[in-house]
Write a protein that binds this ligand. Structure first.
Ligand SMILES: C[S@@+](CC[C@H](N)C(=O)[O-])C[C@H]1O[C@@H](n2cnc3c(N)ncnc32)[C@H](O)[C@@H]1O
Length: 219
């Protein structure tokens, strides 16, 4: 395991107990964190991303990184005809996801690295990637692999941090999230990210919400 992967694994192992609270707004600081620092609500962004999926979606979806399944479990329960592979590097995060997905027989949880996916070329209709690319240690490999496993005309739906949209977010990443191992550089501006996406996708839809990018790309 590389030094970067070890750091990320440790960070997410130690955070598994407060990760969900931070994002569900159960704690007073969670709302402050979302609105003051990020200028974005994770739940709203997750809903926007999931809305890109057809209501009657019945294909194969790769969710990477699935984390604890916090934002997706309710929607996955309604997608009985879809085949969902929920992949994460951290066994600790997956343990929570497995518990959350018990009512989702259509979901299979898998431990793995986004940089070396074990799936065949062009095997998924959708790749969903929420809040992952700012953590992934090898982002080129992550872009390459997620595009490789998508079928032609498959959908890449993703959200992650972009720099120079929110000063408070940039400062927090530098002072805390990166040193602690939750985030790994490099990070991109919206324009830089658009250039990268155009290398992999024929159609690129990209918008920013606070310090987060939201993308819907077609291979
Ligand atoms: C911020 S969490 C996001 C999880 C979930 N999608 C969400 O929005 O709540 C980032 C996740 O990325 C996972 N991760 C980091 N590096 C990874 C890699 N190389 N391959 C797969 N997952 C990875 C971490 O274990 C962690 O669960």
């Amino acid at each position: 395991m590389t030094e970067r992967k070890t750091k990320i694994t440790k960070a997410y192992r130690s955070s598994q107990n407060y990760y969900d609270d931070a994002l569900t707004g159960k704690r007073w600081w969670a709302k402050l964190y979302a609105h003051v620092i990020w200028g974005a609500d994770d739940w709203e962004i997750a809903a926007r991303l999931l809305d890109f999926l057809p209501k009657d979606f019945a294909g194969k979806l790769l969710d990477v990184p699935t984390g604890t399944g916090l934002f997706t479990a309710e929607r996955y329960k309604t997608m009985a005809d879809a085949h969902i592979t929920a992949l994460d590097y951290s066994e600790n995060m997956l343990e929570k996801a497995r518990a959350r997905f018990t009512d989702c027989p259509n979901v299979t949880c898998v431990q793995g690295d986004v940089g070396t996916l074990r799936f065949e070329d062009e095997s998924f209709d959708v790749v969903l990637s929420m809040n992952g690319f700012h953590a992934f240690p090898d982002k080129n490999a992550a872009f390459r692999e997620t595009a490789r496993v998508l079928k032609p005309e498959g959908l890449f739906l993703a959200t992650f941090y972009i720099r120079k949209q929110r000063r408070a977010a940039d400062a927090l990443v530098k002072a805390f999230l990166q040193p602690k191992g939750f985030f790994t550089p490099p990070y991109w501006t919206k324009n830089e990210l658009e250039t990268i996406l155009c290398r992999y996708y024929g159609t690129v839809g990209l918008s920013a919400e606070g310090g987060m990018a939201i993308m819907r790309c077609v291979k």
